[in-house]
Design a protein around this ligand. Structure first.
Ligand SMILES: C[S@@+](CC[C@H](N)C(=O)[O-])C[C@H]1O[C@@H](n2cnc3c(N)ncnc32)[C@H](O)[C@@H]1O
Length: 314
């Protein structure tokens, strides 16, 4: 661990995830975003037929902690991207999974640890990489991308309407000094984004910019798209795939994936008989996204934006 923080993370929608995670007799479970393993723990406790649980995380720091503390003979942990699942399954010596879970985003531990650079409320290096051994940091992006590229990232991944102003302010700042820390960036953003009073659904003015950069640094949306197709291939027939997303950009990808695969014939309506032969490949288990109860949100405000969707492979 790079600092003395005791890792903590409250798993969201725990009971609901347990309900959908696996077919009752499933034997192989994959947690593609293991984190501190809260969901995996609950699933292992509730599905006694599980012979092997595979935990995957991009973050070696969190996995090292889990290796030292998660006492479970049925668990194998792998540092990888969730989209590298086929390679992980091969390594684990199994052909397919009966339950696959993805709980997107970062854990509270990553957010609360200033050394990781995810949070605008704590000063630290402007990093934001889930895997600290590869790829460009958030500092690399804000120091090197053009104004137009920054504006696009902040607008699209942050859904931030002040994207242009923020990109201009970033480019102006770096003319005199390159960005190194989270608070430098947060300060520059706060200078151009008006903050709303608390009673108007106030969020910190830098929230959307930090979200946008985190998504860009970790290529999160490409990763989700790749993962969804791959996960379906890796599921055994009857197996369940469950995804918890936290914002509309993630959820849109999940919804589109579900719609595409739950649909049968795509022939134009005027065709008297089907010529496309397309059959649904999945059954939707959650007709609508499942949200946290108010009682959970009171205990864990992060659960407010969490939504769970689950499907079974036909
Ligand atoms: C929200 S946390 C998961 C928390 C976990 N479900 C629990 O109950 O403790 C997300 C974790 O997934 C990891 N992660 C996010 N996207 C990933 C991906 N595409 N592949 C592998 N790990 C990923 C992050 O590093 C983080 O540790």
């Amino acid at each position: 661990m790079t600092n003395k923080i005791k890792p903590e993370h409250k798993s969201v929608l725990l009971e609901q995830v347990v309900n959908y995670a696996m077919p009752p007799k499933g034997e192989i479970f994959v947690d593609g975003t293991f984190g501190l393993g809260g969901h995996t723990r609950a699933i292992l406790d509730n599905y006694k037929n599980i012979k092997l649980a595979i935990g995957i995380d991009r973050d070696s720091e969190i996995l090292n902690y889990a290796r030292d503390t998660f006492d479970e003979p049925r668990l194998s942990l792998f540092q990888a991207k969730a989209s590298e699942l086929p390679m992980v399954l091969e390594y684990a010596g199994v052909k397919g999974a009966d339950g696959i879970l993805l709980d997107l985003g970062v854990s509270s531990y990553q957010l609360d640890n200033p050394d990781r650079g995810f949070s605008f409320s704590k000063s630290g290096p402007l990093d934001m990489r889930m895997n600290m051994n590869e790829g460009e940091t958030a500092a690399d992006l804000v120091n090197n991308l053009s104004k137009e590229e920054l504006q696009k990232i902040i607008f699209e991944f942050g859904e931030e309407r002040f994207g242009r102003k923020i990109a201009e302010a970033i480019v102006k700042y770096r003319e005199t000094k390159l960005f190194e820390t989270t608070d430098e960036l947060a300060k520059v953003v706060c200078e151009v984004v008006p903050s709303l009073p608390k009673n108007q659904n106030h969020i910190h003015p830098a929230t959307r910019t930090f979200q946008a950069l985190r998504i860009a640094v970790n290529h999160e949306l490409d990763e989700i798209s790749d993962f969804l197709e791959i996960a379906l291939e890796c599921l055994n027939p009857g197996g369940h795939l469950s995804i918890i997303s936290f914002h509309s950009l993630e959820d849109r990808l999940v919804k589109n994936f579900i719609q595409k695969n739950a649909k049968g014939c795509v022939c134009p309506p005027q065709f008297p008989v089907c010529v496309c032969g397309k059959k649904p490949t999945i059954k939707v288990l959650t007709k609508k996204a499942i949200f946290a109860e108010e009682s959970e949100i009171q205990q864990n405000p992060r659960a407010r934006s969490a939504r769970l969707r689950s499907i079974a492979k036909l």
